[in-house]
Design a protein around this ligand. Structure first.
Ligand code: AMP
Length: 635
């Protein structure tokens, strides 16, 4: 532990020296003048004046040493496709894609929305944007049209890239159709839509003059060489929207140099990915490019480090529950990164699947995104026989805030703990009311004393004041970045995350705002009032449950009528937000418990729904409303 502690201490006491050293892990076109500048906290700039590029660091710089090494392996258990790209081939594809984008008017600073399934072209598109200095905004393919429209209007892209469809569980999921609906609803639609047609949706419609076929366009740029657009380290690289406490998602904006350095360093110290020189250094991250984990550890992190990355379209249990382990054996995966929910899904399957394949290449399994429970952690550790390491982070941070550091020295893993503060994060657990620092075993809000280290969000896209207010505005006496998570540190310095302090829930590792789901339900004409809370679920961690009042009692007069209304309300959420946000169950009640000032008592509702005590009810307006909830959940 001593070495890891010294490493951490240095990152906090001498950020310039520490990060100046880490900056050597990437290529700079123009060296930076200063490591850190913060004339206007909580804004800060890393590697001021330095010029670099994410695509150069992920692709071009490897050509001299590993041109023939596999860079990207694309596997789809849905379509059966398998494609391999060496670094030289990846370079060629990214250049062709960049040339296509350029021909459609994409240039430095312009935004490009990417709405795609897990296919290689999605990664080429991201890297091509980075090459041109354009700002990509990847929208998770599971989000519905209105959600996509919201993101389009915030980012105002000049181009949207999509494919005709994805596939999930053997079913075609149309993407282009949704894009058309979203664009029709958007105030700032992109001028062009580039379509990677996989031939999955025969009913896809093309819009003359706006829609462009990627394969045709790519043919025109067979040997294209698109020069790198060098960016100042602090210019934006991408926007990634995440749920907050209001209905409007926040566009997390990331920089270029800080992000590249943070990822390069994390591959070394957190993922212990070796020097990346040998073949067989393969990373398999089972997330989706629509989430931050996908950005950092399917695309940029492993490629910057010179590893081989696996892009997998498919479920963990199709065609059978051995598919992931088959991938590990066949592609000699050394580093795997997944979520607790996925492991809980696998835990329900026959354990023989884990014995069927040779997993000797695997060095670590990393998990993040939601709390890791002890039985799941034990089960997978025992089954794999390699360290299973939980680590904690957020879309905003881009990489781990709490972690173990196997690349330096591996501390004894404590079940339920994602480890210790990551180098660069000056973490402080504080009392949520006073901001005073908590002692060991005292629950508080997990905060970070600025400056945030390289790689973290630089602002909220187009809304600096939202960045300051929502992340740094909780305490009057001091600027502290709030994670909105409860945490505690034990006597030995291990940290534990105890859930969100706000109305955000985490289902299957995905962050959802309960307000967003409430707003979607409210769009249903039959509903008067709604409250959505996250309730513990054995597999998904948490699931959203809704409590609603109806405008006309006749609508729920019979069990059949209730069931029909529940179905149509859930369908409304799928239509407006996407299947990922569908409530697990809706209860119809006569009234909802509120405070005397009319605020919903979500915490009490949640407690009842989880079979816990309701806590302080001194502000409750109408006790009958609480009884209604109690009855609805059968307590
Ligand atoms: P997202 O920004 O979607 O990645 O969600 C971040 C949130 O997920 C955090 O604020 C936590 O609430 C939760 N989270 C992420 N990693 C962990 C972890 N290892 N343990 C517990 N909660 C986690």
């Amino acid at each position: 532990m001593r070495e890891a502690q010294a490493f951490y201490q240095r990152s906090i006491s001498d950020p310039d020296g520490f990060w100046g050293e880490q900056a050597q892990l990437i290529d700079w076109h123009v060296p930076y003048a200063r490591v850190l500048a913060q004339p206007n906290p909580p804004f800060r700039q890393w590697f001021v004046g330095g010029e670099t590029n994410l695509c150069h660091n992920a692709v071009d710089r490897h050509l001299a040493t590993r041109a023939e090494q596999p860079a990207l392996i694309y596997l789809s258990s849905e379509t059966g496709e398998e494609r391999y790209y060496s670094y030289a081939e990846l370079h060629r594809e990214v250049n062709r894609c960049a040339a296509v984008l350029q021909s459609l008017g994409v240039k430095k600073g312009e935004r490009v929305v990417i709405y795609m399934p897990m296919i290689a072209e999605a990664v080429f598109s991201m890297l091509a944007c980075a090459r041109l200095g354009a700002v990509h905004s990847v929208v998770f393919g599971g989000f519905a049209a209105p959600n996509l429209a919201l993101r389009i209007d915030d980012a105002k892209p000049c181009l949207l890239i999509c494919s005709d469809a994805g596939m999930r569980g053997g079913k075609t999921v149309p993407y282009k159709h949704l894009v058309d609906t979203a664009i029709a609803a958007a105030k700032f639609p992109p001028a062009k839509v580039l379509i990677v047609d996989r031939g999955l949706d025969p009913d896809m419609k093309w819009l003359e003059g706006r829609d462009v076929d990627y394969w045709d366009a790519r043919e025109e740029f067979r040997d294209a060489q698109v020069p790198i657009t060098w960016l100042e380290s602090n210019e934006p690289s991408y926007i990634l929207y995440t749920s907050g406490t209001t209905g409007k998602p926040k566009g997390v904006q990331r920089d270029v140099g800080g992000y590249a350095v943070a990822l390069a360093a994390s591959m070394k110290y957190i993922y212990d990915a070796g020097d990346g020189k040998g073949a067989g250094e393969t990373m398999f991250t089972t997330s989706d490019i629509g989430w931050v984990v996908g950005h950092s550890y399917i695309v940029y992190g492993p490629l910057i480090h010179g590893m081989t990355t696996i892009v997998y379209e498919g479920l963990p249990i199709r065609p059978d529950a051995g598919i992931w382990w088959k991938i590990v054996e066949e592609h000699k995966v050394s580093t795997m990164f997944s979520s607790p929910t996925a492991i809980r899904v696998l835990k329900k399957q026959d354990p023989a699947w884990l014995k069927k394949y040779d997993l000797s290449s695997l060095k670590y399994l990393f998990l993040a995104g939601e709390p890791l429970d002890e039985p799941t952690s034990r089960w997978i550790s025992d089954s794999l026989g390699v360290p299973v390491l939980d680590h904690y982070w957020q879309t905003e941070t881009g990489w781990a805030m709490l972690t173990y550091l196997p690349g330096i020295e591996l501390a004894a893993n404590r079940f339920g703990s994602p480890g210790f503060p990551s180098y660069g994060f000056n973490i402080r657990i504080v009392n949520d009311m006073t901001g005073a620092e908590c002692g060991p075993n005292e629950k508080g809000v997990l905060t970070v004393v600025p400056p945030l280290p390289p790689g973290c969000l630089t602002t909220v896209w187009g809304d600096d004041s939202r960045y300051v207010n929502s992340y740094f505005g909780q305490f009057e006496h001091e600027l502290l970045y709030t994670s909105s998570d409860w945490a505690v540190r034990d006597d030995d310095g291990y940290y534990f995350i105890l859930g969100r302090t706000d109305d955000v829930i985490n289902t299957a590792g995905h962050r959802l705002g309960t307000r967003e789901i409430e707003e979607a339900l409210q769009a249903h004409p039959a509903l008067a009032e709604v409250a959505v809370v996250g309730v513990h679920d054995e597999v998904k961690g948490q699931v959203p449950i809704g409590f609603c009042t109806v405008k006309d009692a006749a609508l729920i007069a019979t069990p059949e009528a209730r069931a029909a209304l529940e179905k149509s309300c859930i369908a409304k959420v799928a239509e407006l937000l996407g299947a990922v946000a569908k409530p697990y169950k809706l209860h119809f009640v006569a009234s909802l418990p509120k405070t005397r000032s009319g605020k919903l008592l979500r915490r009490s509702i949640q407690a009842l729904a989880e079979g816990r005590e309701t806590g302080d009810l001194s502000t409750l307006d109408d006790p009958n409303a609480l009884e209604e909830i109690r009855k609805a959940v059968g307590r």
